[in-house]
Design a binder for this molecule. Structure first.
Ligand SMILES: Cc1ncc(COP(=O)(O)O)c(C=O)c1O
Length: 383
């Protein structure tokens, strides 16, 4: 049986989520904007999901704007704020997901973008944040937890620093929600991104949770859905599935965290026996399910392909741009040497993984490292 260790990329649908979605897909009738009973039933389904999602992140349901996912929520936030006459300069961390970095790069002349550095553990510190803030900075964005390294940021402390300067604060909690406690209220943020398919919900649903005072403009125009912030007929089954997934995530949070942390620790103990392996951001507080490591002298994509051949699915941190493999921007920002960064592999556990999966991975890694090292020695001997 193949072993899936790539839950930060996407999670399988929770059985209860599927059961909640099936009747809506089989017998869905009625547009949620319609005033008749069919429409009202659809609307009620959406409102139930809004409450469930709000509960997961400790926000008010009125603050939840449903989108098609984390990418759209991040684009809505950045592009929807940058059009405001008042927002001419923003700052975001260097380790954000591409769905933040790419729209930021696309803002053009109307909005300047500054990048907040991280330390060698991948953390934004009070010092690096303060250094990036300029007198005209109006929005700061720092993700709650990183998708590659799993490093958790001290969002509450960072939001407080920004708050002292009257700067809006956004956090992309796509990876954090469902894995650690997330509180919109307690953290004192003004906007938060969440994604359904990272917490056992369906893909194609997500949310931007907002402080109603945020100067946010819609990107999609048409109907008045989502308080006028996201026009278009809602994907009711996906939103309902997202809601159920959020409710389950809240209920099972500590159980899931304890289970995946046990697996993470077992993997890290095993990796400690491999002299060429380095766990990235080892000293930082990290998501309970995530381990990113490098194996000196190896290529991350080769490791990924070899593991895949042996029935184990992981991810590599590098990106293939124009035919050339680039090291992960996250590891680069942490000062990891390029060669080591190119050897990176990310393992992200989920609720269905077992200790046997960890053992299988460690055994497979050992075999791959042995085989490749031996063939390298033979090649060297023949030249
Ligand atoms: C931190 C982070 N933000 C945003 C996204 C994008 O979310 P979605 O796939 O729902 O568009 C991801 C997905 O990998 C992510 O890891």
């Amino acid at each position: 049986m193949a072993v899936y260790l790539d839950h930060n990329a996407t999670t399988p649908l929770h059985e209860d989520v599927l059961q909640a979605m099936l009747p809506l897909m089989q017998a869905m009738v009625g547009n949620p904007s319609s005033l008749h009973r069919f429409g009202r039933l659809q609307k009620d389904t959406i409102e139930r999901a809004r409450q469930q999602v709000a509960d997961l992140v400790d926000a008010h349901p009125d603050q939840v704007v449903f989108t098609s996912g984390g990418t759209e929520a991040n684009n809505l936030l950045l592009k929807g704020m940058a059009v405001s006459a008042d927002i001419n300069r923003i700052a975001l961390s260097m380790v954000e997901h591409m769905s933040m970095l790419e729209p930021a790069a696309d803002l053009g002349d109307e909005c300047a973008v500054d990048y907040i550095a991280v330390d060698k553990d991948g953390k934004v510190t009070a010092h690096t944040l303060e250094q990036a803030i300029k007198p005209d900075t109006r929005l700061v964005s720092v993700m709650s937890a990183n998708n590659e390294t799993g490093v958790i940021q001290d969002v509450r402390a960072l939001a407080e620093i920004a708050g002292r300067e009257n700067i809006w604060f956004h956090t992309d909690a796509s990876q954090a929600a469902g894995k650690i406690d997330v509180s919109f209220k307690d953290w004192g943020v003004h906007a938060m991104t969440i994604s359904s398919h990272k917490l056992y919900g369906p893909p194609g649903a997500g949310a931007l949770v907002i402080d109603k005072r945020l100067p946010l403009h819609a990107l999609l125009h048409g109907g008045a859905q989502e308080h006028g912030l996201r026009a278009g007929t809602e994907n009711v089954p996906a939103i309902a599935g997202f809601g159920v997934a959020a409710e389950l995530a809240k209920k099972e949070l500590s159980e899931r965290a304890a289970h995946t942390l046990k697996l993470r620790k077992a993997l890290e103990q095993g990796l400690a026996q491999i002299p060429s392996a380095t766990v990235f951001a080892q000293n930082a507080e990290r998501l309970p399910n995530t381990v990113q490591f490098g194996v000196r002298g190896f290529d991350g994509e080769t490791l990924l392909m070899q593991l895949d051949r042996m029935g184990i699915a992981v991810s590599s941190g590098s990106a293939c741009t124009s035919g050339k493999t680039e090291p992960s921007h996250v590891l680069k920002a942490m000062g990891v040497p390029e060669e080591l960064a190119l050897s990176s592999v990310r393992v992200s556990f989920g609720r269905d993984n077992t200790i046997a999966d960890v053992e299988k991975l460690l055994q497979a890694l050992g075999e791959i490292i042995d085989t490749i090292s031996k063939s390298a020695v033979m090649m060297a001997a023949t030249v």
